[in-house]
Design a protein around this ligand. Structure first.
Ligand code: HEC
Length: 148
């Protein structure tokens, strides 16, 4: 029952006809290609990083969406800009927010805050990687979600 209620609520808030995509190179492509199997509401429901959008769009192509490799790039660029993951600002976020957004341990998140207090704001990803105890590879994979 709860699933049905949530489903109806979702439809009420965001009915498929109400969705107007922002103007851009991929707007027509997405409107034409990505509505064959589900509504645009499915497409715009989540904010994802560029990497995650690429994975998702490739999955859709496997399922049957007719896009050439160049069109995949266009669509991924567009979706990452307009429906991208929200960035977390590593200079203002609390340790708890950092931990949640970047999937860190409590110690790692605390280390970021301590480093910031001692050395001032981070300017870029390389600066962030200098914090002791952080996994540079993991930060790279989250780079679209990190703001300064
Ligand atoms: C051939 C059918 C088909 C086409 C075309 C298609 N999709 Fe999907 N899509 C699916 C199915 C099946 C699901 C999973 C069930 C659902 O959520 O409706 C899905 C789910 C999704 C989801 C939810 C996340 C997920 O992975 O389950 C997103 C986002 C999405 N599609 C985006 C797109 C985009 C962007 C396009 C155009 C490039 C597209 N889809 C074209 C079949 C398709």
């Amino acid at each position: 029952m709860r699933g049905i209620a949530l489903f109806l609520l979702g439809v009420g808030l965001l009915s498929a006809q109400d969705i107007v995509l922002p103007d851009g190179k991929a707007k027509k492509l997405i409107t034409d290609t990505c509505t064959e199997c589900h509504g645009l509401d499915t497409v715009v429901a989540t904010g994802m990083t560029t990497d995650d959008w690429r994975t998702t769009v490739k999955q859709m192509v496997k399922r049957g969406a007719g896009l050439s490799p160049e069109q995949i790039d266009t669509v991924v660029d567009y979706l990452s800009v307009y429906f991208g993951a929200e960035k977390i600002n590593v200079n203002t976020a609390t340790a708890a927010e950092l931990q949640k957004a970047l999937l860190l341990t409590a110690d790692q998140a605390a280390a970021i805050v301590a480093h910031r207090k001692e050395n001032g704001n981070f300017k870029d990803l390389d600066g962030l990687k200098k914090v002791a105890g952080l996994d540079a590879k993991k930060l790279d994979s989250k780079k679209d979600s990190i703001g300064f």
